[in-house]
Design a protein around this ligand. Structure first.
Ligand SMILES: *Cc1c(COP(=O)(O)O)cnc(C)c1O
Length: 470
């Protein structure tokens, strides 16, 4: 592809993206593809000869968008959001053109320094003290894995990487039973084993926080059994229903016990740009490590996970490999962010954060999040007044759950699963379910950039209409 052709197709892609974003609200939110339908449409073998961009682009338009679930749809109310604000999309195109590889300062000095500054802009925006620095990881899962690896290495005086875990006491990590499955996975991958993730029971709703006296008891029992407590994961805004621990109380126990603390605020952390929600993570400034995902609610597009740490040195001691060819020469004092992450090669994530924050301003982003929270609360109250709908978990920020509970239905779980299927097949909105304690509940969250209040009216109508027809 020569530069003339590159220019032509880049413009075609930009035009396509513009039309897509203008029209996405008219598509069904969830793809209607049957399983295997794209596979059937694709040739089984790769082409030996080059094909024209006309054909490639036409196939893209014909085959791909209809097979996508539209996370940019203003009535995407499922899971948590994953937004790509237009300013961030533009930055991604620029970063892609440079094939930026940001592993060392010298492999992309501007990228490293922009990352330092963007992490600091975010730090200020969410009200964390300047004792925190950080980096952009790809996802919260990798960030949590990095934190669990630090827990392991600290507990073993940084000998785990060289000596391995055999012959060591059992290392123990604590979290509430309502933390994200990425914490489980981090324990597998760190070699600690899921049995050593001690799930602490939680208190009552709406926040379902970890029972701190149970945490203390579990640590004491483990020490008595000769195990080695290593760290605690604090949950702020859990994925199922927004479960939120008391950061202040949990971290106080952990610090007294000498344990490393990691705060998973992957979703809720974005809302902390609004001071009025910061009570949800009150005490967080004492944590060792915090993750929040600008790619969820702030619009930075996948993958962009902000990892704040109070003591970067323990992260670097855990994750830095320094073969001769990677040693920075002649640039003392510079940061090499590959030493802060599991992966070596790193994308240029700071560029989209820079574009995003400047294009909306912190005030613009705050206004968006406040709207989502207010509109979700209003929808919750409207649904509460409906005779056959019960609120299962109360709103935490813009997330709540409900179920349809008409008289005379024996199997309410099956009834609600069928209702979700009808809602999602209808196409106006997209919702997902969760199992809360023993019941199936329908989750609702508002978090898409272009969502308006009238989109929540449509959600109300769709839920009410489809609940009345089975
Ligand atoms: C989404 C989410 C995660 C996982 O985030 P990824 O970036 O997809 O790995 C972890 N924890 C919580 C609370 C989440 O909401």
């Amino acid at each position: 592809m020569d530069s003339t052709e590159f220019g032509r197709w880049s413009h075609a892609a930009a035009d396509w993206s513009t039309g897509y974003l203008e029209g996405v609200g008219k598509r069904p939110v969830r793809s209607r593809n049957a399983p295997g339908s794209l596979l059937e449409a694709l040739p089984a073998e790769p082409p030996m000869a080059a094909e024209s961009m006309e054909e490639i682009f036409a196939d893209f338009e014909r085959l791909i968008p209809g097979g996508m679930t539209h996370w940019q749809h203003p009535r995407f109310f499922a899971y948590f959001p994953s937004n790509a604000a237009p300013a961030a999309i533009v930055a991604e195109q620029l970063a892609a053109s440079m094939a930026a590889q940001c592993m060392l300062w010298q492999t992309s000095p501007a990228a490293t320094e922009l990352e330092i500054r963007m992490i600091d802009w975010l730090r200020q925006s969410v009200g964390l003290p300047d004792t925190f620095s950080g980096t952009f990881q790809d996802t919260a899962s990798t960030t949590t894995l990095s934190a669990v690896l630090v827990m392991r290495e600290r507990a073993l005086d940084f000998r785990g990487n060289s000596e391995g875990l055999s012959g060591q006491p059992r290392l123990r990590v604590y979290a509430s039973g309502r933390t994200h499955s990425s914490v489980d996975k981090a324990l597998w991958i760190a070699g600690l084993g899921l049995e050593n993730l001690v799930k602490i029971p939680t208190d009552e709703g709406p926040l379902f926080p970890m029972q701190v006296h149970e945490l203390e008891a579990a640590i004491a029992a483990d020490r008595a059994a000769g195990h080695l407590p290593a760290g605690v994961v604090v949950c702020i805004g859990g994925t199922s229903t927004g479960a939120t621990d008391s950061a202040r109380e949990v971290i106080a126990v952990a610090r007294r016990e000498g344990l490393y603390t990691h705060v998973d605020a992957a979703w809720a952390g974005s809302a902390m740009i609004c001071p009025e929600y910061r009570h949800l993570w009150e005490g967080v400034e004492e944590a060792d490590s915090i993750v929040l995902n600008p790619h969820k609610w702030l619009g930075s597009s996948m993958e962009c996970s902000a990892h704040f740490v109070r003591d970067p040195e323990s992260l670097v001691r855990t994750l830095a490999i320094q073969p001769e060819y990677l040693k920075t020469r002649g640039a003392d004092g510079v940061v090499n962010f590959s030493e802060w992450s599991v992966q070596l090669g790193r994308r240029f994530r700071a560029l989209k954060v820079w574009f995003l924050i400047r294009a909306y301003g912190i005030e613009g982003l705050q206004a968006m999040i406040r709207n989502h929270v207010d509109w979700a609360l209003a929808l919750c109250e409207r649904l509460r007044k409906e005779p056959d709908i019960e609120i299962v978990t109360e709103p935490v920020l813009s997330l709540f759950s409900f179920r349809h509970h008409p008289p005379g239905i024996d199997d309410l779980d099956a009834h609600n699963l069928a209702l979700i299927e009808r809602i999602n097949n209808d196409g106006r909105i997209y919702l997902t379910q969760t199992r809360h304690d023993s019941v199936i509940a329908i989750r609702f969250q508002a978090g898409q950039f272009d969502t308006t209040e009238s989109d929540l009216d449509i959600a109300f109508d769709a839920i009410r209409e489809l609940a009345a027809t089975d």
